[in-house]
Design a protein around this ligand. Structure first.
Ligand code: NAD
Length: 484
């Protein structure tokens, strides 16, 4: 682990294996942090914020370090990508894209750090009244395994740009690239205690971050059930929270859409990162008149997707992250069949791949009903559920019919129709005639039970700031309110 600028073992010497999901081999052992380690990291961060001077650095100083970090990430791109493929399983080309996005995230916030953020007001008094943004303080940042490096960047870059100190808690399954990133930040001159990487079990060290009264904010990305626990744990000192949670996002295709484009994005929407994407287009909503033709082509293309080891250059879809997660996804497939849905393709482990790899075929369920659990719940794997709709009204009703509200896509040649639908969809991230592009410039986050707050863009930066108003009296004289 990396605590207070030092590389350290767990307090009790505990270790945890990191496993390659493509073949079940242990690729590394990392420290398994305890409550004592969490306490150590929290106290180090507290000192760095209260006494270390980071909050008093100029925006330009912080920008310089973040620009350096971006350069360092790019200079070590091959290694960082390999670490994510090794522990998460995603095809190397996906890990490479994540590294590029992570570097650009640091660069974006390096630039933003020096841009104006305040406001001044014309108030009805002889007063100069304005607001400034200041760092929140010590931030606990808990991230999942599906984008190990990128999630670390989304958390660290805006927080550091705004002058906060960070305790990053990577997933138990994928800590390697975050550790490497800490080393690169150290080389980029991040002072001791300003970035700490705390490893260990979520319910132990993650919960400690959420509970501690010395932590000012907890930023979490992960499952909705965990998000709820974190929100409860954070009540003790009423710390600030931001939550990026799950989804069951609709990808709506109208009959007038560009056919091949819509088929292509339907596949990309669900199968990129083996469906382990919070914003995955996991519900495909097809206009009834398009159904037969679309499904024929979709199934034909899904069956052609090459599943395999992420390091193999031909691989288009890697394994699921762990044997435990594979088993959870398989249980959903069994449940779907029990509920009466039908498999249009997939559902099994592909032949000819290592037994101990967590591989699964691209899977599509049809003949679904809106009340089925496979339609309502996040499966977080390569499992697409198909629903049909009659008209625009029906499409919107079905799109909004889950507890989630993270993302949505619409495919149609009719621009006005696309906008009408998007306007009525209750989701924070929407796409017209595309699916999945994500930009550092634009806010990321969900409506309803998909989360609280936003990451990325200026919105993501503001989540890491407190707002202070400053009133300067321009007429320095007694108030005259009380008799003298
Ligand atoms: P998870 O909720 O199990 O774990 C996420 C992180 O929380 C891990 O670091 C874990 O150690 C930690 N954690 C677990 N229990 C904790 C507790 N009680 N207190 C504090 N920390 C705890 O999620 P996961 O299985 O790693 O990731 C998959 C989930 O993440 C999916 O539901 C997915 O939708 C969601 N996700 C959302 C986004 C988004 O931006 N909205 C992005 C990626 C993943």
């Amino acid at each position: 682990m990396y605590i207070n600028g030092e590389w350290t073992s767990a307090w009790d010497g505990g270790r945890r294996p990191v496993v390659n999901p493509a073949n079940g081999e242990v690729v590394a052992y990392v420290a398994e942090g305890t409550m004592q380690d969490a306490d150590r990291a929290i106290r180090a961060a507290r000192r760095a914020f209260d006494e270390g001077g980071w909050a008093e650095t100029t925006a330009q100083d912080r920008a310089r370090i973040l620009f350096r970090a971006a350069e360092a990430i790019e200079a070590n791109a091959a290694e960082l990508a390999a670490l994510d493929t090794l522990s998460c399983g995603k095809p190397l080309r996906e890990s490479e894209a994540d590294v590029t996005d992570a570097a650009n995230c640091f660069r974006y916030y390096a630039g933003l750090a020096t841009k104006p953020t305040g406001q001044a007001f014309d108030v009805p008094a002889p007063s100069q009244t304005f607001v400034v943004r200041e760092p929140v303080g010590v931030c606990g940042q808990i991230i999942p395994w599906n984008y190990p490096l990128l999630m670390a960047a989304w958390k660290l870059a805006p927080a550091l740009a705004a002058g906060n100190v960070c305790i990053l808690k990577p997933s138990e399954l994928t800590p390697l690239s975050a550790l490497r990133l800490a080393a690169l930040l150290e080389e980029a001159d991040i002072p001791p205690g300003v970035v700490n990487v705390l490893l260990g079990a979520g319910p132990v060290v993650g919960n400690a971050l959420a509970e501690s009264h010395l932590v000012d904010k907890v930023a979490f990305t992960g499952g909705t059930v965990t998000g709820r626990k974190i929100m409860q744990a954070a009540t003790g000192n009423l710390k600030k929270i931001s939550l990026e949670l799950g989804g069951k996002s609709p990808n709506i295709v109208f009959a007038d859409a560009d056919f091949e484009t819509a088929v292509d994005y339907a596949l990309f929407g669900i199968y990129v990162n083996t469906g382990q994407v919070c914003s995955a287009g996991s519900r495909l909503l097809l206009e009834e008149s398009l159904y037969d033709r679309f499904m024929e082509r979709l199934v034909e293309r899904a069956k052609q997707i090459r599943v395999g080891d992420g390091f193999h250059p031909d691989t288009e879809m890697g394994p699921l992250v762990s044997a435990q997660h594979l088993s959870k996804v398989q249980q959903y497939i069994a449940l779907g069949l029990e509920e009466g849905a039908r498999l249009a393709c997939g559902g099994s482990r592909p032949a000819g791949l290592p037994e101990r790899g967590n591989f699964l075929e691209p899977t599509i369920f049809v003949d679904t009903r809106p009340d089925m659990r496979i339609v309502q719940e996040e499966i977080f794997g390569p499992v697409l559920v198909v629903q049909t709709f009659k008209d625009e009204e029906d499409a919107v009703r079905l799109a909004n019919d889950t507890v989630y509200g993270l993302a949505a896509g619409v495919f149609t040649a009719d621009t006005a129709k696309a906008h009408r639908v998007i306007k009525r969809v209750r989701a924070g991230i929407t796409w017209i005639n595309t699916y999945h592009p994500t930009y550092n410039e634009a806010p990321w986050g969900g409506y309803k039970q998909s989360g609280i707050g936003r990451e990325l863009g200026t919105f993501g930066y503001e989540e890491y700031t407190e707002v202070k108003q400053i009133n300067v009296n321009l007429a320095v004289e007694p108030t005259g309110w009380y008799r003298r």
